[in-house]
Design a protein around this ligand. Structure first.
Ligand code: AMP
Ligand code: ZN
Length: 430
């Protein structure tokens, strides 16, 4: 079943016409209302009237994460301040966030896209969705919440954490679906085992929507088997509304990217040239309908490829593969975006910390920070070491919102690299 069959199975030629019209509108609006974009587009030697078809997208400049940071907070807003009804943020390189603004129509469209996604996976009015993503400045929970309400399902806005209460809510409200990060889903399965709860017998779960961070096909299978459910991959980013950008259908074989709302390009990150379907590259997305803060040719830094061929479900929007990596050094722990630079900034501001440090990623929700400290500290009092370790842990937690394990090392004991330092060791098996 479909939520908007006409749009979901739209003929590719007609889709291109829709995209062209929307791209032209978007470019005209940012040209008229966003001085930053007007300058950029002008410098690229392009005028709004040069955009005559989707392929003219190449005449437009890219937008980078740094552009968003530079224009923080209101620099990319394309509507009068009174039309903005919500702001969300996403973490940036230096801890300074990117701000994303929504008009009422943006919120409705975001909800519309989530409705497509949920109905596509089989959700109906009598379902109960426990939304275990973080409510607040992150887009994850709220955008999903509004979309689920639009479909008419009962939403349990539990947010993450407090596992005992989550289980009680699942039992009391007969939850049929959960929206959750893969790392929390794995954690939850361990708690169930400890408590002797068998979700197949003791709960009513049928589906889970997993996103916000990378995970593998093996993890999906593990979660599906343990809970006795179908797991659907959900991809999104705050810059493009949050969740609902691309989502798996019941084939569970690639995510349909809603191309009437987002123009997709996959490029070679080194040259900026588009690659062919099936070839892996960096996803570049242009918002086609956003009013509050349209973004053109956004370098997501997420690596994926377009899956060639038609999906048996009948939807004509192209499918992307799982995100297989990122072009930058950002990593995600417990669903939170973290940049090594943030860790470095904190460490280097603490007295007693020496030059070298290493971030070791153990799993999707555990990281260790190994820090070299000044030699003299090892000769002194053990209490001083413990205090220093606690202070580093606390300061890191305040900055990155995730509590790492901190290990103190003697100077010169961590591997030092020649050339570009390798700060992150990824031991996660996805
Ligand atoms: P945020 O803007 O904070 O919502 O973070 C968006 C980033 O999370 C994306 O650019 C991806 O790197 C990552 N992400 C979101 N969904 C997925 C997914 N299903 N698989 C892998 N990575 C994801
Ligand atoms: Zn499909």
């Amino acid at each position: 079943m479909f939520w908007q069959q006409d749009l979901e199975t739209i003929d590719r030629k007609r889709l291109e016409e829709v995209q062209t019209g929307r791209l032209q509108d978007t470019v005209q609006r940012i040209w008229d209302n966003v001085p930053f974009y007007r300058d950029r587009i002008n410098s690229a030697g392009t005028k709004p009237e040069d955009i005559k078809s989707v392929s003219d997208i190449k005449k437009l400049p890219f937008t980078s994460r740094e552009d968003l940071l530079k224009n923080y907070p209101f620099g990319l807003v394309a509507v009068p301040r009174e039309s903005i009804v919500r702001v969300h943020t996403s973490s940036g390189t230096t801890g300074k966030p990117k701000a994303i603004f929504f008009t009422k129509n943006d919120i409705d469209r975001g909800a519309e896209l989530i409705s497509r996604c949920l109905v596509m996976t089989g959700m109906r009015k009598n379902d109960v969705l426990q939304n275990m993503m973080t409510y607040g400045l992150f887009t994850g929970a709220l955008v999903m919440h509004y979309g689920a309400e639009k479909v008419g399902v009962l939403v349990v806005p539990s947010g993450p954490g407090n596992t005992d209460r989550q289980i009680a809510l699942m039992q009391d409200f007969k939850t049929t679906a959960i929206h959750i990060t893969p790392s929390y889903a794995l954690y939850l399965s361990n708690v169930f085992i400890r408590k002797g709860i068998d979700p197949r017998k003791d709960l009513n779960l049928k589906r889970a929507y997993l996103g916000a961070e990378p995970y593998s096909e093996e993890t999906r299978k593990k979660i599906e088997e343990f809970f006795g459910i179908d797991v659907f991959n959900s991809y999104g980013l705050s810059e493009m509304n949050g969740p609902g950008v691309a989502f798996e259908c019941q084939e569970k074989n690639g995510m349909h990217l809603w191309e009437d709302n987002f123009l997709l390009e996959i490029i070679d990150p080194a040259t900026g040239e588009q690659v062919s379907d099936g070839e892996r590259g960096e996803m570049v997305l242009t918002s086609l309908c956003r009013e509050g803060m349209p973004i053109i040719r956004y370098r997501t830094r997420d690596l994926a490829s377009v899956m060639p061929g038609k999906c048996p479900c009948g939807r004509t929007h192209r499918r992307i593969t799982r995100i297989t990596g990122r072009t930058d050094d950002m990593f995600i722990v417990k669903g939170v975006n973290i940049f090594p630079q943030q860790i470095e900034n904190v460490l280097m501001g603490i007295k007693g910390v020496a030059q070298n440090y290493l971030i070791v990623l153990e799993s999707l929700d555990h990281m260790t920070v190994q820090v070299e400290i000044e030699k003299e500290l090892f000769d002194g009092n053990v209490t001083h070491l413990v205090n220093l370790q606690n202070a580093i842990t606390e300061k890191l937690k305040n900055e990155i919102l995730v509590k790492p394990k901190v290990e103190l090392h003697e100077p010169g004991s961590l591997p030092a690299s020649e050339g570009k330092a390798q700060r992150v060791i990824d031991n996660r098996t996805l």
